[in-house]
Design a protein around this ligand. Sequence first.
Ligand SMILES: *Cc1c(COP(=O)(O)O)cnc(C)c1O
Length: 364
Amino acid sequence: MTIYEKYGLKEVINASGKMTILGVSKVAKSVQETQAMAGDCFFEMSELVERTGAYIAELLAVEEAVIVASASAGIAQSIAAVIGQGDRYHLYHPYDNRFERREIVMPKGHNVDYGTAVEVMIAQGGGQLVEAGYANMCSTSHLEMMITPQTAAILYIKSHHTVQKSMLTVSEAAQVAKKHGLPLIVDAAAEEELTSYYHQGADLVIYSGAKAIEGPSSGLVLGRKPFVEWIRLQSKGMGRSMKIGKDNILGLTQALENFVKEGSESGQSIKERLLPFVAELNQFPELTAAIIQDGAGRDIYRAEVRVQGKVTAAEVIDQLKSQSPAIYTRDYRGNNGIIEFDVRAVTKQEMAKIIQRLQVILGE
Ligand SMILES: *Cc1c(COP(=O)(O)O)cnc(C)c1O
């Protein structure tokens, strides 16, 4: 019996990209095997966390690293780390007003909702959000004017979710941080660049284990001492409620090793897989399909499908989701008559199922 049958779950074809609500990525066999092996062993957990962190730091040639439960846990614990700075009293009293430097300065256009809002994680870590700049822009001077003696850190969110135009760069934010003797925390949860923000001057950089890295549910924080050590310390404080299991610690380490060796699927390979799919989509009189590059210029290609006819794009999107397998697309341009298919996690067989469903929906 499959998991789908046992629990009466809908099977999902994920043509939307790396979506947390759908379980993010498929995990490689070598990662699954490492997870299973870990399940069979005991470890001194503090040693496991330290040694895997050191291993990853060496692999990526950065000062320090630590595996955490998720990127969100990484944000909350980074905030707690820069406020408490290793203080033992802070571990047990993370919100005590004995700690006055709590302000976290972040560009306003970075306060996005990725499933929860960035500000929720800042608050969980004990930070007080101070937004810099405006809804459409943030310069170095916008950032700088919000710094006070109560500022604990600058937080920068590197993501396609954020406002992109008229936004200072990571290295500009790092210059401001350095000038004021403040740490810079970069949330790069879904990014593929594992070391460039660190080299641009970030003290802590946060990744989601299950997004670009395609690991199990987990997070990674890399950066400089003593900041990473202060994060590790959080496991004796608020980090306890964000504990990660041994299987996922070792699974992420394996996934990182794979990612460094092989990278993610190349744009060329995605395009080759898309070609026959797009040709089939173009057989429908109501659909006009083309291969387009990712809007943020990443090496990712998708099928862009314009819908003209009796059914609207929004209706097609809804109907694709309505049965099992439920087919999820990138639907944010649905109102403009466009559906996008992101096939990074879609197999050839699943593409055939998508075409079959479209035949039913479009009545052919
Ligand atoms: C996905 C995401 C997160 C959260 O990652 P989790 O590992 O799911 O907690 C945080 N920030 C950004 C910008 C994200 O895209």
